[in-house]
Design a protein around this ligand. Structure first.
Ligand code: B3K
Ligand code: ZN
Length: 869
């Protein structure tokens, strides 16, 4: 029984390593039931060395076999379930010595998917953040960087392929049907970037020439039957390599770069040096089985992991508090890459809107809830709980603000200096800020507050136009609500792009730097009352507190030249009306109509502009959430929009067809998105009339985007034939796990439909389905998360039944996979924001989970913090 208080780690308690490693040799004999790991480590005094200090290694779930030092058996050590402390070191540890350890782990029993595990009979590893300690006793911390040589051994029939980081040195046949492969990674790396893969896999490969003229071998490894689904990932990898050369002057540094797909994986993908391991969801794509969104996600995740090779691997983090140093920066880089792939300015804006929408739907709630933390957290109990939208997406916004403040060229200078100073090192967010500041001679000291303070800043906007003096006065006031452990906040350095929209179009876009709590500006020579367009392109991750009139918002929605703010004005109008239980009025309908008919606008932009704010974003605007009332108001608004524009939707449905073979490019995808929104709106307007058209699309579609969109329109709007189509869909794709995930997610995510069974009842049945597996994270996400996190109106039932289901699921999942369970546990974070009876029901469910005696530290941290005062 665990009764001790949870252990917290604190950023300010960083201690440099007493010892460090120079070279690591691993010899791993793979066996699902008993893998033997031999390590040979060259140990040296580290930055925190003290003569005579013991060498304290960490290990988890390992069977210790033997220890040698400098070739001799060594008996002075202490073993606990989590540590191996080696005493009496030669020469008090002052000079290099060799430690050799033999230990054993059991991959087939490892359901946590951290360390070495088995998936579909093949071996994979996941070491970030602290998984290497499940493979061998080690200094498993990112500031210990060593060169690795790895020999893998296995039975050849079971594991014909043996991969690890870096370059292949040699392969050998061994007695008894065994064989081996030896890999060497020339670059020093922390243990979290170690990887091995072994099993029955095949690859596609291409050779490219990088900017210096060197040849590079690129491979995508998958299970043999998935080979036809790998070309898009390969194309994305090649595009990423060229983009990083061009935009940042960064070249691939290895002779070989491999991507491997695995179907049991806790997250999206992992940037292990030269051997990226990916969730199949972010590798495999074919038009028949993957949607446009899947294609785009693959492109961006492939890019993200590849970009880590410089931002994360060549320059890594001193400690896990600095995670945003690599993650925020790499997300920013992948966002910029994807924006550039869109092929046009308006395409860039579409990407920007999508990114901001995600930030606001997921990160703003996190920043206002019990798990709120600065992008550089000050404390954690379980580091895996801090791979958050704050560290990633807000982290990216913070990096973007450097670029906004310094300009693209200034940002590039900062990046160049960062690599010049820190290549091969493990550093901190302060080092990144210093490189940006020094390269540009700009004082960024106040910018540091973005790293140390949680919460979304609010900026209050007050405007006044003086017709007589032809002056426009602007006053901005910033504030930031308290967050856990931070009652008071200092002022942030906030870059705000703004423009005064005037009938003569004579005012340029400018950049305001809000650094005080309150600041005022006066603009002269403004001959008519302008409409203020502020925080253009979402230049800062803030909430604007601006009572702009509906007339001004309509002006912006109809013609702001900043596409982001144009979209934003429409969202704000819709949001205000929905929250006031109003239906769209004639003027707004007119504005929507004009936008839909505008021949100069991208279909993708139109689709975004006509998509209403998500329920969870609407929750954040309320002081006491009634989820059912919000669902009803939003749905009524949507139905009105559907009905009033029925002719336009019908016309668009025809105009947005994309004849010819499927292409996943941004323009075609945008057309499909608008076409499928039109289809959904038509069913919203009148399901009886339009369902046959959806049914037809479902039947004749030659690609998953269209087939899935038709199916979901039928399901979501409760069409009669929806169930038959679901049955058909299942049998068509029964052998494709990723498509079956979609089949589950669609049903679990179905919002309430009048007169039909509740989604919860169906979800309970799905959990008993033969194809449901509690130890496959993708499946769990598609059934349980899809319901608890992505289906708010079905989840939040006044009788608390959704919360009961949540608690049961967290408790069932936790012993299998704490990381995935802890993610699910976050679904109740915002319980205090809800009205009764929801709030009490959520609290009771949280308390029931916390009362469990066997909770993992992962879930305990999340639920414990949710209930803290
Ligand atoms: N760095 C990994 C995330 C590892 C998560 C560990 N719990 C993937 C990425 O951000 O690229
Ligand atoms: Zn990353």
């Amino acid at each position: 029984m665990k009764t001790d208080l949870p252990q917290s780690f604190r950023r300010l308690e960083y201690i440099p390593p007493v010892y460090t490693f120079d070279r690591v040799e691993l010899d791993i004999a793979l066996d699902p039931a008993r893998t033997i790991i031999k390590s040979r480590i060259e140990v040296m005094p580290g930055k925190g060395f003290k003569s005579g200090a013991p060498l304290v290694l960490v290990g988890q779930e390992l069977e210790f076999v033997s220890l040698r030092i400098n070739g001799e058996a060594h008996r002075q050590f202490e073993l606990t379930p989590e540590t191996l402390t080696i005493l009496a070191l030669p020469n008090e540890g002052k000079e290099k010595f060799i430690v050799e350890i033999i230990c054993v782990c059991i991959p087939e029993k490892n359901t946590s998917l951290m360390g070495l595990y088995v998936s579909n009979g093949n071996f994979f590893t996941q070491c970030e953040a602290e998984g290497f300690r499940k493979i061998t006793y080690f200094l498993d911390r990112p500031d210990v960087m060593a060169k690795y040589q790895v020999t893998l051994r296995a039975r050849e029939v079971e594991c014909p392929v043996l991969l690890s980081n870096g370059n292949l040195l040699r392969t050998e046949k061994l007695p008894n049907g065994w064989h081996s492969a030896t890999w060497e990674d020339p670059f020093p790396k922390p243990s979290y970037l170690f990887a091995l893969v072994a099993g029955k896999l095949e690859c596609i490969e291409e050779t490219i020439t990088s900017i210096s003229g060197a040849k590079k071998l690129l491979q995508i490894w998958v299970e043999p039957h998935d080979l036809p689904k790998t070309q898009h990932a390969m194309d994305s990898l090649i595009a990423s390599i060229y983009w990083d050369e061009k935009r940042f002057g960064l070249e691939l540094d290895l002779e070989r770069f491999m991507i491997v797909a695995v179907s049991d994986f806790n997250m999206g993908a992992m940037e292990n040096k030269g051997l990226n391991i990916f969730n199949t969801k972010f590798v495999l794509a074919q038009p028949e089985t993957a949607t446009d969104a899947d294609f785009a996600n693959i492109e961006s995740v492939v890019a993200h992991e590849y970009f880590h090779n410089w931002t994360g691997n060549r320059v890594t983090c001193q400690d896990w508090f600095q995670l945003s140093l690599k993650e925020g920066l790499t997300v920013f880089r992948d966002q910029e890459f994807s924006a550039d792939q869109m092929g046009s300015e308006s395409g860039r804006a579409v990407k920007r809107i999508e990114d901001v929408r995600l930030l606001r739907q997921l990160q703003f709630p996190e920043d206002a809830g019990p798990m709120a933390h600065p992008i550089r957290p000050n404390e954690y109990q379980e580091i895996n709980n801090f791979y958050t939208v704050t560290v990633y997406e807000k982290g990216s916004e913070v990096v973007r603000m450097y670029q906004t403040l310094l300009g693209r060229d200034g940002f590039r200078k900062g990046m160049d200096l960062y690599f010049k100073r820190h290549d091969g090192q493990a550093v901190t967010c302060d080092d990144f800020l210093a490189a940006m500041a020094d390269a540009n001679g700009k004082d960024l000291s106040q910018f540091q507050n973005w790293y140390s303070q949680a919460g979304t800043p609010r900026v209050k906007v007050e405007e006044r136009y003086d017709a007589e003096k032809k002056q426009f006065h602007l006053t901005l006031t910033q504030s930031c609500a308290p967050s856990p452990g931070q009652a008071e906040k200092n002022a942030f350095h906030i870059p705000l792009k703004m423009r005064l929209l005037t009938p003569t179009n004579d005012q340029p876009e400018i950049l305001l730097e809000l650094t005080q709590r309150t600041q005022s500006w006066t603009f002269d020579g403004i001959s008519q009352r302008p409409v203020l367009s502020i925080n253009r392109d979402f230049s800062a991750p803030i909430q604007l507190d601006f009572q702009q009139s509906e007339a001004d918002l309509l002006t912006l929605f109809s013609g702001d030249d900043d596409p982001f703010n144009r979209w934003e004005a429409g969202q704000k109008l819709a949001m205000q009306m929905i929250l006031n239980h109003r239906l769209p009025d004639e003027q707004l309908i007119g504005a929507y109509r004009n936008l839909l008919l505008d021949p100069d606008l991208d279909p993708a932009f139109k689709e975004l502009a006509l998509t209403l704010p998500a329920e969870t974003y609407l929750y954040e605007q309320c002081s006491s959430v009634d989820p059912q009332a919000i669902f009803t108001a939003r749905r009524a608004f949507r139905r009105e929009l559907a009905k009033q524009l029925q002719l336009e939707w019908a016309a668009l449905y025809q105009q947005m067809q994309t004849p010819g073979p499927f292409k996943p490019d941004a323009v075609s995808a945008g057309k499909r998105a608008l076409k499928n929104l039109s289809l959904s709106m038509l069913l919203e307007a009148d399901v009886a009339i339009w369902a046959p058209m959806a049914l037809n699309q479902y039947r004749v579609a030659d690609n998953m985007t269209d087939r899935y969109a038709a199916l979901s329109a039928l399901v979501i709007h409760g069409a009669k034939l929806a169930n038959e189509c679901l049955t058909d869909f299942f049998s068509r794709f029964v052998n494709d796990a990723l498509v079956i995930d979609k089949w589950f997610a669609l049903q679990s995510g179905r919002p309430p439909v009048d007169g039909q069974e509740t989604t919860l009842n169906n979800v309970k049945r799905l959990r008993e389905h033969a194809a449901f597996k509690m130890n496959n994270p993708n499946r769990v996400r598609s059934v349980i998360h899809a319901f608890c996190s992505n289906n708010p109106a079905s989840f939040h039932q006044p009788d608390g039944s959704g919360y009961e289901f949540w608690a049961d699921s967290v408790l069932a999942l936790d012993p299998i996979n704490p990381q995935v369970a802890a993610r699910l546990a976050r679904a109740l974070d915002r319980w205090r924001l809800f009205a009764q009876p929801y709030q009490n029901q959520m609290k009771a469910a949280l308390e029931r989970v916390l009362a469990s005696q066997t909770l993992s530290p992962d879930v305990r941290e999340v639920v414990g913090k949710a209930l803290e005062n």
